[in-house]
Design a protein around this ligand. Structure first.
Ligand code: ACO
Length: 330
């Protein structure tokens, strides 16, 4: 192991200096759970209260409607229950729960503790907050813990956010973008499935362009976030692919954070990959932060494109600014 070297311009860590996982231990996604809140808020609903139009929102963001309602622990437990059922597992089978969220129920206990109790789990539980990069951070964390010889064998990773609870519904700059959602995966040690490369980074200097204070609402400089997000995602995907010894052309399924369809288009264009390898949930969910990647993974599974051996790349970005990418052999 050499000394960690961080590329100054992008903040991406040079692959050669990563902690090596035990190559003999591999991990697969055994189950996915994608429930959403029932209440639908359409662009036309926003037209009634905001100076905006359905056409503007579809054109600038690619969103038609979003789901709202519920608290984070309740939505996370619903997703976790669905993922356990999909994996054919019981609560006792799970060795660790990681919940990615930036909208916890309370300051403490961690929301994952509430979810642990609601699901009848008996394992440890922790929250991860990297905002819209949270699920990918949690996935990488789970995988690397599982590949330690004494690590957990089955981990439930939930990505859940209730962003509408911290959105100012009178602010057209933000109200049109966000929704509530939840998704979860069960990871288990298995000979099929491998994390080939990953990248995780942050630039706290960019805090002022996207933040939410205690008891406040989301504050965002949309245009700046857009530009920085595209750059961060492209750099992060390239870094994770380099670690895997792959190029963008090798990606079979791209699961990008769903914030704005134009960000996804710009990322695909710069990576020189087709939009065909992505999956769109954004149109019907809005930006659901930590939930968006597991929800997109569920859509990809429903579309029948996740096969053993497929190269799947998930990539998240958000406030911090934080970003994370994982290149997985399915
Ligand atoms: N309806 C109609 N007009 C609007 C609306 C609206 N809802 N919102 C803004 N406008 C107006 C603006 O006032 C501006 O008017 P002006 O030209 O008279 O000043 C005009 O539309 C253009 O505004 P821009 O901000 O330049 O519009 P842009 O094309 O950048 O789209 C958007 C705005 C959709 C917010 C885009 O910048 C974006 O998606 N940014 C990234 C957001 C994002 O990814 N956030 C991630 C959050 S993840 C997390 O960590 C929570």
């Amino acid at each position: 192991q050499g000394r960690a070297r961080v590329r100054r311009r992008t903040g991406h860590i040079e692959p050669a200096h990563r902690l090596a996982a035990d190559e003999r231990i591999t991990v697969r996604v055994a189950g996915i759970g994608p429930p959403l809140p029932d209440n639908i808020v359409t662009n036309h609903d926003h037209e009634r209260t905001l100076d905006t139009t359905d056409e503007w929102i579809r054109d600038r963001a690619g969103i038609a409607e979003r789901r709202t309602g519920g608290v984070t622990s309740e939505l996370a437990a619903r997703a976790g229950k669905a993922a356990l059922a999909d994996a054919g597992m019981a609560p006792d089978d799970i060795d660790l729960l990681i919940l990615a969220t930036c909208t916890p129920d309370q300051r403490f206990p961690a929301t994952s503790a509430t979810v642990q109790a609601d699901l009848g789990l008996t394992c440890g539980a922790l929250d991860v907050n990297a905002v819209c990069a949270g699920f990918t951070y949690a996935y990488i964390t789970a995988y690397l813990m599982m590949t330690a010889p004494t690590g957990p064998e089955r981990v439930l990773v939930c990505g859940t956010d209730t962003l509408t609870s911290i959105t100012d519904w009178t602010d057209r700059n933000t109200a049109i973008l966000f929704g509530d959602g939840s998704g979860a995966v069960v990871l288990e040690r298995h000979e099929q499935g491998r994390l080939l490369g990953w990248d995780a980074g942050a630039d706290g200097n960019l805090k002022p362009i996207l933040f939410c204070d205690h008891d406040g609402f989301i504050q965002m400089e949309g245009r700046e976030v857009f530009k920085k997000a595209v750059r961060a995602v492209v750099g992060s995907v390239e870094a994770a692919l380099a670690q895997a010894g792959l190029t963008p052309a090798d990606i079979d399924v791209l699961l990008p954070h769903q914030a704005n369809i134009r960000i996804i288009e710009a990322v695909c264009q710069r990576l020189d990959v087709s939009m065909e390898i992505t999956h769109n949930v954004l149109e019907h969910t809005g930006n659901t932060s930590s939930a968006s990647i597991p929800l997109t993974m569920a859509a990809a599974a429903d579309n029948g494109v996740l096969h053993p051996g497929s190269i799947v790349c998930m990539t998240g970005f958000g406030a911090g600014m934080a970003w994370a990418s994982a290149v997985v052999e399915w």
